[in-house]
Design a protein around this ligand. Structure first.
Ligand code: SF4
Length: 382
């Protein structure tokens, strides 16, 4: 029953100029000199070890995430992309996204990344207000965002995303609205609009800042959604908005429970193995120094395991419930290897709660359910 879903490649670059106080990603303060050449070599060797998992399967998207991938020069990104092309079949229209931090972009960086093969950029602006940027510990200013946007324009990479956050320390509704307007004026094809949340084991968790109340945050979100939709950015996921057809293919594959090869420190992958009748998850060593030791020992894996039936159910629903298009019921069996009957009672419960509705072959989160996505997800917990 299992069938191969679309396949993407995720590449993790683990360093940042410095850690933001809210960040719980696998990011590490960059050493004086980043060992970029060694790291590229490690990524290629890591990829080679993963190849038997995906023989003959074409790649639809590549995503350089972090950390701050734009700390790597265009020459390093080009070398890496050339090595990837030599080892994997890429679809002709492959989407190649680079996450970039405006504080790390020189004026000529984006044209060079474009030449290297990057065709989409996700720019982590977070806010256009210098005071707010300072309060969340970002290294860049609005002026550097503007410089990055000019560099992007010169590069010919017209497919770009702006990452924006709301409910920042001391932020007012008006300031959140201004950020959205700045973002719309920059005319990206895609805008991600996230609420700042306090995650465990972060600097903000030990010294919490004064955040807007949940009601104010909800107002900011609703007003942001209205402004974005009025400006032609359709919402297709709780935090993702795009001009017509310009959604992030990489993220959509992730949300729709596609497959991922993952290379780099702390990268997590998921691969469907129909011949073995299962779905496997794996993770690479998190610490960059430990990861680089793989160059000597050839050992990149921190963990790997086959998912249980209950984990498959939970993971299948986890992100699709956040999609406006909802869950494609027809994908359930091919992507989990299970019969729809195993979730029927739980789905019915969510429908009775008014959280989900069935529209032909799709299950969609209702307006009410949109506010209770975490509760709906819990129904599918193992
Ligand atoms: S730039 Fe991004 S990845 Fe790096 S510390 Fe800040 S939030 Fe985390």
């Amino acid at each position: 029953m299992l069938k191969l879903p679309p396949l993407s490649l995720y590449v993790h670059i683990p360093w940042c100029v410095r850690r933001c106080p809210y960040c719980d990603f696998n990011s590490h303060a960059a050493p004086q000199v980043i060992p970029a050449s060694n790291y590229v070599e490690a990524l290629v060797t890591d990829l080679e070890q993963d190849l038997p998992l995906v023989w003959g399967r074409p790649i639809g998207s590549i995503y350089f995430g972090g950390g701050t991938p734009s700390l790597f020069s265009a020459a390093h990104i080009a070398a890496l992309l050339a090595a990837i092309r030599a080892r994997l079949e890429l679809r002709p229209d492959v989407e190649v996204t680079l996450e970039a931090n405006p504080g790390t972009i020189e004026y000529d960086s984006f044209p060079a990344y474009a030449q290297a093969g990057v065709n989409r950029v996700s720019l982590g602006v977070q806010s256009f207000d210098n005071d707010l940027l300072g309060r969340i510990g970002r290294i860049h200013s609005r002026q550097e965002i503007e410089q990055s946007l000019r560099s992007l324009d010169a590069s010919g990479i017209s497919n770009f995303d702006l990452d924006l956050m709301y409910a920042l320390p001391g932020q007012t509704r008006e300031e959140s609205r201004c950020d959205i307007e700045w973002a719309i004026n920059a005319q990206p094809r895609h805008i991600s609009f996230y609420q700042l949340t306090i995650e465990p084991n972060t600097a903000f968790a030990s010294q919490p800042p004064d955040l807007p109340t949940e009601d104010v945050a909800w107002d900011m979100y609703q007003s942001g959604v209205r402004l974005l939709e009025k400006a032609g950015y359709g919402q297709y996921e709780i935090s993702a908005f795009a001009q017509t057809g310009e959604y992030s293919r990489h993220n959509m594959n992730y949300w729709r429970y596609g497959d991922f090869l993952a290379i780099g420190a702390g990268a997590h992958g998921k691969i469907t193995l129909p011949a073995e009748g299962g779905v496997k998850r794996y993770a690479k060593h998190r610490n960059p120094r430990r990861y680089l030791q793989g160059l000597e020992g050839g050992d990149w894996l921190a963990e790997q395991r086959e998912l249980s039936n209950e984990e498959l159910v939970f993971e299948f629903f986890l992100n699709q419930l956040r999609l406006k298009q909802g869950v494609n019921i027809g994908d359930f069996s091919p992507r989990t290897g299970l019969r729809w009957g195993v979730v029927e009672a739980r789905v019915q419960q969510a429908i009775e709660n008014g959280w989900l509705e069935r529209c032909e072959q799709r299950l969609k989160t209702t307006g009410l359910g949109w506010r209770f996505v975490n509760d709906i997800q819990q129904i599918f917990l193992p």
